[in-house]
Design a protein around this ligand. Structure first.
Ligand SMILES: Cc1ncc(COP(=O)(O)O)c(C=O)c1O
Length: 384
């Protein structure tokens, strides 16, 4: 899966020998974000989870198609406001420091997602003299997350018992304005599973917020919309999700989601070239320039990363045809694997390999100084 403009541009990078490179197709990003926005037609609101890819060009390209941004640290908060000044911001994440909370108050972020009773107490103290804060309480509901790539079990938010203790804290701090409930329970759910989860969140949140006296409640249903690395053409069914949500929605409330991966992943490619082709103990390997220290996704997810081979390599170097090939990088570790035993029609030294679905949780989660290879270059299409 490669767009025409990325394939064309990658060939020009090959001529300049400018690998490895991240190539971002901002037109493709805008088109995809527009399609998601059109499918949802305003409800739920979309806050892009900046952690998926906080590249300023991504943020600016996505901004016209979303309602705001979800940030999960003081660093992301400052970065996003710098890239897209005036954005609506929801600030979440466990373990917020006082300094981060002070920044959020100073910058008047629209919503602070509170993760624990202790955090709520600290926020009450810090915001007492600053005009208070608009908050959502993050709930961590139990439930069957069958099919999820990642269930957010553990210390995220508050379980229904713990969240009860927030009532007393809020009573003593009327300057904290409780606006609603935030929930992000799992990643990698298809539309049907996401709808079942949304229904569960709504069923819990509505009576809780009503008993807390919240008028015009807001419910943030989280991110985690699935992407399929094994089948890149198969995308999250936003139409089905939108249809299901419109049936669940009730007048007088605001629903919100905060997807990251499903918005950003399709707009990036990690493009590199083959340095060596060889056989070891019967298995064929293609060694590419760079490695998974620059795109951590395949190792983190434990999958074969999708790629396209753009032929054009040397006719003299080693090559292999019609064989399963394992794609590895330049790191001195057997874990540096992009894709294992994947059938290829032919691969030779000098061929270009474009790893797709590198627009989210790729460069920004990578340990790129390991072994001190040159960093990739970054390219944005269309070029200005
Ligand atoms: C609180 C929260 N919201 C949103 C997201 C975005 O999830 P995804 O990129 O899977 O849509 C995450 C991811 O970890 C998260 O922790």
């Amino acid at each position: 899966m490669i767009t025409e403009s990325v394939a064309h541009y990658s060939k020009s990078l090959a001529e300049q020998g400018d690998f490895p490179a991240y190539v971002y197709d901002l037109d493709a990003l805008a088109q995809h974000a527009a399609a998601v926005r059109d499918a949802l037609a305003g409800s739920p609101e979309i806050f892009y989870a900046a952690k998926a890819n906080p590249d300023p060009a991504f943020l600016r390209t996505i901004a016209p198609f979303v309602d705001g941004f979800e940030v999960a640290s003081g660093g992301e908060l400052l970065h996003v406001l710098d890239a897209v000044p005036g954005s609506r911001i929801a600030f979440g994440g466990p373990g917020k420091t006082d300094a981060e909370l002070r920044d959020a108050l100073r910058l008047q972020v629209e919503r602070i997602h509170v993760e624990s009773p202790y955090e709520l107490k600290r926020l009450a103290e810090l915001s007492r003299s600053t005009g208070g804060a608009d908050i959502m309480l993050r709930v961590n509901l139990a439930g069957d997350r069958a099919g999820a790539a990642l269930a957010m079990t553990g210390p995220f938010g508050m379980d229904p018992e713990l969240i009860e203790t927030c009532r007393g804290i809020l009573e003593l701090a009327p300057w904290l304005r409780l606006r609603g409930i935030h929930a992000h329970l799992a990643s990698g759910l298809d539309a049907d599973a996401m709808l079942r989860q949304s229904e569960q969140i709504l069923a819990w949140a509505r009576p809780w917020l009503s008993s807390a006296g919240v008028e015009s409640p807001e419910i943030n249903l989280g991110g985690g919309m699935a992407v399929d690395y094994a089948n890149p053409e198969c995308r999250f069914d936003w139409q089905t999700y939108a249809g299901g949500i419109s049936k669940l929605a009730q007048p007088g409330e605001t629903l919100r989601i905060e997807p990251g991966r499903a918005l950003a992943v399709y707009a990036g490619w990690y493009v590199t070239d083959v340095l060596d082709v060889k056989q070891a103990h019967g298995e064929w390997y293609a060694v590419v320039r760079g490695g998974t220290m620059q795109i951590r996704t395949p190792v983190t997810k434990g999958h074969d990363h999708p790629f396209t081979v753009l032929p054009g390599g040397s006719s003299e170097g080693p090559a292999v045809a019609s064989a399963p090939v394992t794609f590895v990088g330049q790191l001195c570790t057997p874990k540096d694997v992009f894709a294992k035993s994947v059938p290829v029609s032919r691969i030779s030294v000098g061929d270009v390999v474009a790893f797709s679905m590198a627009g989210a949780y790729a460069w920004n989660i990578s340990h790129y100084n390991f072994l001190m290879h040159p960093h990739p270059t970054f390219h944005y299409l269309p070029q200005p």
